[in-house]
Design a protein around this ligand. Structure first.
Ligand SMILES: [Zn+2]
Length: 320
């Protein structure tokens, strides 16, 4: 009997191992939808790069939806008859763009994670409403760099991103939130504009929550490749957790660089990093942050090991 019992044990162990392999192989990839189409940054080059970096992990299936471009404005200094022509043309353009915008209906609810690389005109009301519904019902959302400049007057969006910049944001939009030199979080409601940055440079990211799945194993301080260091963002800043900061020479504050936000049943990851279609988004630290945040949002955990070439306290590291 003994040898048979042993065989059965081996058999069961093999079945379990095979089942595990099959489950992994068949496990559905995390579905991700990028939204772009308008941005004061080179979105047309940035989105494909970030998409490829995500797909390389083998964890994600990434789609992209691109909004209509901004409608052209009529030229200035026209004489009277030119003005009439321009008005006619403007009316035609308005109709064409209305049709395009009516067709722009991102199927948010089909995706595990939405990523915004969009900074432009307000989305049509139905799109705003469907996005709010998606998020309130448990949607997952990543905000990269200038996507936090978008929609200054859309309150629910600003609640999702926690903090935003530019677009006329002021104290009316909420406090500045940052760390002081003592390592305390400050919520500062003093009057002033939201959103600013100095010249691009490489800067140190300081991990404040090292036990979070996104930051786990990262060096406490790591050098992010050349980027725009956003400072003085402000917004509703509700249900917000700051995972990492960077010291701004301009604001003299430790500005949030990785933020998680709860919104209804939804969950958001916001990073103001990622300005340039170049070093900023080639930074292995940025790519790791992006990929880990997407996995964490979708599954609640991170299985991606920290890359061996992750930046150190003194050395930036660029992906090839
Ligand atoms: Zn920028």
């Amino acid at each position: 009997m003994k040898p048979l019992a042993g065989l059965i044990k081996v058999y069961i162990a093999t079945v379990i191992a095979l089942a595990a392999i099959t489950t992994t192989a068949l496990a559905e990839k995390i579905s991700v939808l990028y939204v772009d189409g308008q941005n004061n940054h080179n979105w047309a080059a940035m989105t494909p790069y970030m998409k490829v970096q995500m797909e390389k992990t083998g964890l994600f299936k990434v789609d992209v939806i691109t909004s209509p471009p901004r409608a052209p404005r009529p030229p200035k200094n026209l004489n009277e008859s030119q003005q009439k022509q321009a008005a006619k043309a403007a009316e035609q353009i308005r109709k064409i763009f209305k049709t395009k915008w009516d067709e722009f209906r991102p199927p948010f609810s089909k995706y595990d994670v939405i990523v915004s690389n969009y900074n432009g005109e307000d989305w049509p009301k139905p799109v705003q409403q469907s996005f709010e519904k998606y998020m309130k019902n448990g949607g997952r959302f990543i905000v990269v760099h200038a996507a936090d400049n978008s929609f200054p007057n859309w309150l629910e969006y600003n609640k999702m991103i926690g903090l935003g910049g530019w677009g006329g944001r002021t104290e009316k939009n909420g406090p500045y939130v940052y760390y002081n030199d003592q390592g305390e979080i400050v919520r500062n409601s003093q009057p002033g504009r939201g959103g600013s940055h100095g010249p691009q440079h490489a800067f140190k990211v300081i991990v404040r929550k090292s036990e979070h799945p996104i930051t786990k194993g990262m060096p406490t301080e790591w050098l992010h490749a050349q980027d725009e260091l956003y400072d003085s963002l402000r917004g509703p800043a509700e249900n917000m957790d700051i995972l990492a900061t960077a010291y701004s020479n301009k604001s003299k504050r430790h500005e949030p660089m990785m933020i998680t936000i709860k919104y209804g049943k939804g969950l958001i990851f916001h990073t103001p990093m990622g300005h340039e279609n170049g070093k900023s988004i080639q930074c292995v630290g940025f790519i790791t942050t992006l990929n880990r945040s997407a996995e964490w949002l979708a599954t609640g955990k991170v299985t991606q090991a920290l890359p061996k070439n992750f930046p150190t306290k003194t050395e930036v590291s660029l992906a090839k």
